[in-house]
Design a protein around this ligand. Structure first.
Ligand SMILES: O=C(O)c1cc(=O)[nH]c(=O)n1[C@@H]1O[C@H](COP(=O)(O)O)[C@@H](O)[C@H]1O
Length: 229
C-alpha cells in the first residue's frame, strides 16, 4: 500500500521545516499552490533532498501549448507526481504528457474537486449528468490522453478502477477520520473507507497538519488506511 500523502498546506518554508522535523521517516508530501507560490522550486528541491516523495499539486488548466511548456519546466524538478484539471480537455492533457516526456513524473488529472457536490456542479458548471458520471467521463478522457490516473473522491474510486483498470491511479483527498471536522470538503470518507472502496492513494491535510500531535495523527491514519507509515 502507498503511504498517505500529507498536504503541506503551509504559507512558509519555516512552517514546513518545523512540521517535517516532527517525523523521522521519509514521507510522501504534497506541495500545493499556497506553498509553491510563496517559496517556489527551491523549497521543492530542499524537501526532495531530505528524501521525501513529492506530489506537486499546481492543477494546471490552460491552452495546450502553455501547459506543455509549463510541464517541460516542472519536469526538471523531478518530482513524483504532478496534476492538471481534466476540464482543460483531451488535447491539453496530451500536451501536458508531452511536456513531461523523458521524466519519471506521474501525471494525474483532477476530475471534480472534492469540495464540489452534485448540486454545485449543476449550478456552477451547468453539467446535468450525475456527479459520478462526470467524474467517470473525465477519468476515461484522462486515460485516453495517456495519463497515469486521476484525483477523485473515495466515492468514485471503485467505479474508476473498474472502468480504467486497477493500475490507473485513484488519488483521493477529502479524507476525514471520524472525529475530524469536514470544513470546506463535500465528498469525504475515512481512511478505512478509502481502503475498502478502492483508492490507490489518500491525500490528508488538516487532519494531520492542524492536529495537536501531527506524527501521532499521521500514524493513526496510516494504520487505518493500511499503508506503510
Ligand atoms: O488536487 C488535490 O490535491 C485536491 C483535489 C481535490 O479535488 N480536493 C482536494 O482537497 N485537493 C487537495 O487536497 C488537500 C486536502 O486537504 P484537507 O481537506 O485539509 O485534508 C488540499 O491540499 C487540496 O488542495
Amino acid at each position: 500500500m502507498n503511504k498517505p500523502i500529507i498536504a503541506l498546506d503551509f504559507a512558509s518554508k519555516n512552517q514546513v521545516e518545523e512540521f517535517l522535523a516532527q517525523f523521522s521517516e521519509p514521507l510522501f508530501v504534497k506541495v500545493g499552490m499556497e506553498l509553491y507560490f510563496q517559496e517556489g522550486p527551491e523549497l521543492v528541491r530542499s524537501i526532495k533532498a531530505q528524501g521525501h516523495d513529492i506530489f506537486l499539486d499546481l492543477k494546471l488548466h490552460d491552452i495546450p501549448n502553455t501547459v506543455e511548456s509549463a510541464m517541460r519546466g516542472l519536469a526538471k524538478l523531478d518530482v513524483d507526481m504532478v496534476n492538471v484539471h481534466a476540464a482543460g480537455g483531451l488535447e491539453m492533457m496530451k500536451a501536458a504528457k508531452r511536456g513531461l516526456s523523458g521524466s519519471n513524473t506521474k501525471l494525474i488529472a483532477v476530475t471534480q474537486l472534492t469540495s464540489t457536490s452534485e448540486e454545485d456542479m449543476h449550478e456552477d458548471q451547468l453539467v446535468y449528468v450525475s456527479l459520478e458520471e462526470s467524474v467517470l467521463h473525465y477519468a476515461k478522457r484522462a486515460m485516453q490522453a495517456g495519463l497515469d490516473g486521476v484525483v477523485c473522491s473515495v466515492l468514485e474510486a471503485g467505479p474508476i478502477g473498474e472502468a480504467c483498470g486497477q493500475d490507473f491511479l485513484r488519488v483521493t483527498p477529502g479524507i476525514r477520520p471520524a472525529a475530524v471536522s469536514v470544513d470546506d470538503q463535500k465528498r469525504v470518507a475515512t481512511p478505512a473507507e478509502a481502503q475498502a472502496k478502492g483508492s490507490s492513494h489518500i491525500v490528508v491535510g488538516r487532519a494531520i497538519t492542524k492536529s495537536e500531535n501531527p506524527s501521532e495523527s499521521y500514524a493513526q491514519i496510516a494504520a487505518e488506511w493500511g499503508g506503510q507509515s
